[in-house]
Design a binder for this molecule. Structure first.
Ligand SMILES: C[S@@+](CC[C@H](N)C(=O)[O-])C[C@H]1O[C@@H](n2cnc3c(N)ncnc32)[C@H](O)[C@@H]1O
Length: 262
């Protein structure tokens, strides 16, 4: 039995509560309107973890499905959706090898979850599967970290932050200076420490080592070409209108559509 940050979905969600999920979903749907035009009636979130985006999509009346490999994450996502009165289908499956037997108007993978794809074969298999689940006119939007975070001395995001939610304060370190990328595999073992302090009692500390596979922009292009199932529609450097190459860019977000009709 493993225990780690992904085995404690409540803690993981708390750690990631610096995000404005509603605002991100606003932008995802605006990109769909801009680049697809087709209304979004169904959406699939891959490597969804607690499925915050799937829940927000469901809140807007979209038929939402969340897929994750980790059973604890799946159980938590289903429980949170039910608690909120939202209809979110949760599927435990591998994002490189799933077949849900139907297609979606929007498929998303958020917060650099593709860093869990360790090899080019895994990445292309993932792209193939995402493409196979896109409806006509549907979009696959994948949010990755900006390559400057690992390729330059001026990363755009910090590896340490603090969040406060519902009287709980958590300090998070996701990566330590010694967590270097292996220059051959481009994988780093990121050391994660999360300290959770509630009003009373001793703080709880979660320690984990999360393998992280770094993908460059050119490798992403190569994986897309190798798959052949998807074509790039647009690229963004944040959840707004910042270009990927802009100095202000801090994410690598790619909007894709099926390369050929089904
Ligand atoms: C960084 S978390 C991100 C969760 C979510 N995307 C979010 O925005 O909060 C990464 C998630 O990827 C899941 N994951 C890792 N490898 C996976 C795989 N091969 N297939 C499906 N999910 C996977 C983990 O279980 C974890 O929940």
């Amino acid at each position: 039995m493993t225990t780690g940050i992904y085995d404690d979905p409540w803690a993981y969600e708390l750690a990631c509560s610096f995000r404005d999920v509603r605002a991100e979903v606003d932008v995802l749907l605006a990109w769909c309107a801009e680049h697809s035009g087709a209304p979004v009636a169904t959406a699939l979130e891959l490597a969804a973890g607690p499925a915050e985006h799937a829940r927000e999509l469901a809140r807007r009346g979209i038929g939402a499905t969340a897929l994750d490999l980790n059973p604890a994450m799946c159980a938590y996502a289903a429980e949170r959706a039910k608690f909120a009165g939202l209809d979110v289908e949760v599927v435990q499956a591998d994002m490189t090898a799933f077949d849900l037997g139907r297609r979606f108007d929007l498929v998303v993978t958020m917060l650099d979850s593709t860093s869990h794809l360790m090899t080019l074969d895994a990445f292309t298999a993932h792209l193939d599967r995402a493409a196979a689940h896109l409806a006509d006119g549907g979009l696959y939007i994948v949010e990755m970290s900006h390559p400057k975070d690992r390729l330059t001395d001026e990363p755009s995001v910090g590896t340490a932050w603090t969040v406060d939610r519902d009287g709980v304060r958590a300090t998070v370190r996701w990566g330590e200076p010694a967590d270097r990328l292996d220059p051959v595999t481009q994988i780093a073992d990121d050391h994660v420490t999360m300290t959770i302090a509630e009003d009373a009692g001793e703080p709880r500390v979660i320690r984990d080592v999360v393998p992280y596979r770094f993908w460059t922009a050119t490798e992403l292009d190569a994986a897309i070409r190798l798959s052949g199932a998807l074509a790039v529609v647009a690229r963004y450097g944040d959840f707004g209108d910042v270009a990927l190459a802009d100095p202000e860019a801090w994410r690598m977000i790619t909007v894709l559509r099926r390369a050929r009709p089904s």
